[in-house]
Write a protein of this length. Structure first.
Lengths: 192, 292
């Protein structure tokens, strides 16, 4: 298991390989469909410092508010492929080093990871409660009124957030490997 | 009846969101034991089981996607279904306020989230009168990620080489699960609806998720079909979250209904490993939950 502090320098990202188990600590910003659309179409500046060498998390959390303080109650990953039309441009324009989600991403994101030095971290889907334990603090929230709870940008501080590298910065993808292997079995089953 | 009923339905929702059914948890444990220790598949099952236990102890949602609520209510003739529906909405609102549910009802035109989980067809409720003197309530929380990998086929399907028989149905299910890879939060439960029309075939496919894992199909031919298909799907090697592994599905359940002579639909619905469903009986004002 590898421990990484966010922000993550490019050299550290380049060392990571598909299949590595990683624990992440530092600032992580959630963004989903509305957030990615906004980042590409309007390129807001308020995320610049948070995302430079930083990490985006595809997540729409269950949150609780007590007084002025927010906490995450359940916060597992959401399906990442919906952000495929935007992710490569977001990685490039904000200099993002890592994207956490589930289900993997497509060719454009894989290529952006290779070119700009980023990786895709897979969290375990459905593990809402346990992942929320890694989120130690909600620092800020942006666009809550406009986007609603799941889609807002939640700026959080995480400790030992467990993930697996499934797309590295060298053009490798665990998703491609598993798809190719399962395709062979599928074709044999359909013939049989 | 409504205040007491709303409270009973609130407890029912809480249990569905936070307490994974025991048959599902057992199947996940069995799947964990089949994987090589220390690898991505085994560590994923360990994380899943850890989360299931923690959600139950802390009474917090197993998954932050608490899904769309699907209720089926069987009731004696004469039940005030309008009041019952209202009580379901009240319970859903309370459960959302109590952070047992994430607000998941979005207006597709404005993009606005209702914030309460109440909206048009949200929660989705069906009522069915029956001869018994008790009310039976079934609830499923159906996540969006797994919903997105569900699909429907119209047989014959030339591309798949699938005709209007079980051989053709098998090809549809193999295709759907192969294409889903890990994206529906594998290992999932597969519900298949045969016959009906466009809409009822999907409904029937989702009703299958109320079956307990390992339960036999009433029809011996379909039972054998389900068991063989279950074994075949697990040779795909997709594994938990699509990381590769020996368990790609936890179960395959097939239901049928009569079809129009011109149509033959096969709906394949995917339920994530967090297969959240509950059943209870309401009798003489008491709520009796089925054993977990």
């Amino acid at each position: 298991m590898i421990r990484l502090e966010i922000p993550i320098p490019e050299a550290k990202i380049r060392e990571l390989k598909v299949g590595d188990l990683v624990h992440l600590s530092g600032i992580v910003v959630t963004a989903r469909d509305a957030g990615h659309k906004l980042m590409v179409e309007e390129r807001p500046r308020f995320l610049d410092d948070l995302l430079r060498e930083g990490v985006i998390y595809h997540c729409g959390p269950v949150v609780k508010k007590e007084g002025d303080r927010w906490t995450f109650v359940a916060a597992g990953p959401t399906t990442s492929i919906r952000e495929e039309p935007y992710q490569a441009r977001v990685i490039e324009s904000y200099a993002v080093r890592g994207v956490i989600g589930k289900g993997g991403m497509g060719e454009a994101t894989k290529e952006a990871c290779r070119r700009f030095g980023a990786v895709y971290f897979h969290a375990v889907g459905g593990c809402g409660t346990s992942i929320a334990q890694s989120v130690k603090e909600v620092i800020a929230v942006h666009k809550l009124e406009e986007f609603g709870t799941p889609e807002a940008f939640w700026v959080t501080r995480v400790e030992d957030f467990p993930v697996i590298v499934t797309i590295d910065s060298h053009g490798n993808s665990l998703h491609d490997q598993v798809r190719a292997e399962s395709k062979k079995v599928y074709e044999a089953l359909v013939k049989g | 009846m409504s205040e007491r009923l709303a409270e009973q339905l609130f407890e029912f929702i809480r249990s569905a969101s936070t307490d994974l059914p025991s048959d599902v948890e057992r199947a996940l444990r069995e799947a964990q034991a089949k994987e090589a220790p220390g690898g991505p598949a085994a560590s994923t099952f360990a994380a899943i089981l850890d989360n299931v236990g923690m959600a139950r102890r802390n009474v917090t949602p197993i998954c932050q996607d608490t899904g769309s609520m699907i209720f089926h209510v069987h009731h004696p003739v004469g039940l005030d279904t309008l009041a019952f529906h209202k009580a379901i909405e009240t319970a859903a609102e309370r459960a959302t306020k109590s952070v047992l549910l994430r607000p998941n009802a979005v207006n597709p035109l404005t993009g606005k989230n209702s914030g309460t989980n109440v909206g048009l067809n949200a929660p989705f409720v069906t009522f069915h009168a029956w001869e018994k003197d008790e009310v039976r309530v079934k609830l499923m929380l159906k996540g969006g990620g797994s919903e997105n990998v569900g699909t429907q086929y119209k047989l014959p399907d030339t591309a798949l080489g699938a005709g209007r028989d079980l051989k053709g149905v098998r090809k549809c299910v193999l295709d759907a699960v192969y294409k889903a890879q890990g994206m529906g939060c594998a290992p999932g439960v597969i519900g298949v609806g045969l016959g009906g029309d466009r809409s009822t075939s999907y409904l029937l496919s989702k009703e299958q998720f109320f079956r307990r894992l390992g339960s036999a199909n009433e029809d011996p031919e379909l039972d054998a079909f389900e068991k063989q298909l279950h074994a075949d799907l697990n040779t795909l090697g997709i594994g938990p979250m699509g990381f590769g592994g020996r368990t790609t599905v936890l179960g395959v359940f097939v239901g049928w209904q009569h079809r129009h002579p011109a149509t033959y639909y096969v709906a394949v619905s995917y339920m994530c490993w967090a297969c959240r469903r509950k059943e209870m009986t309401l009798k003489n004002g008491e709520a009796i939950h089925d054993p977990a």
